[in-house]
Design a protein around this ligand. Structure first.
Ligand code: 5GP
Length: 123
């Protein structure tokens, strides 16, 4: 089921200029900018401009062009930050168990030093 979209979420406000941001990349369908609270030397967020609350909603409702542009935006964020060769991680939180905080799809592009294991195991 598609998650309803909150048009007042923080990234919607960045997209329409209510909150200032410093984009590092923009296409007709995507915007990329630095995370306000970076967890690695490079930490960029890549968002689609359309009203998609999470990855599930995006996969179910976005056009093929939007899907392709977002994926390319993720890789381009790494390339333009100079971490494509050294390696990077893309994280997409989706829903409550993932601790998704902002209900507008965003991919975290992280790198610039060794990132460690993907998850801390909870037994
Ligand atoms: P989530 O937990 O939803 O996957 O990640 C949300 C991310 O958005 C966090 O890493 C947080 O630091 C970032 N963030 C929250 N508010 C803002 C903001 O106003 N500007 C920017 N650039 N990043 C933000």
């Amino acid at each position: 089921m598609t998650t309803p979209y909150d048009a007042d979420n923080i990234f919607a406000q960045i997209l329409d200029g209510r909150i200032p941001s410093s984009p590092v990349d923009e296409t007709p369908d995507t915007l990329s900018f630095a995370d306000i609270n970076p967890q690695a030397p490079v930490h960029h967020l890549v968002i689609p401009k359309g009203p998609y609350a999470d990855l599930t909603s995006f996969a179910e409702n976005a056009s093929d062009k939007e899907l392709a542009e977002w994926v390319r935006g993720l890789a381009r964020a790494a390339t333009s930050a100079g971490i494509a060769q050294s390696g990077y991680r893309v994280v997409v939180n989706c829903g409550a168990d993932s601790h998704q905080e902002v209900p507008h799809l965003h991919g975290h592009v992280l790198g610039g030093h060794p990132l460690g294991p993907i998850l801390t195991r909870r037994d």
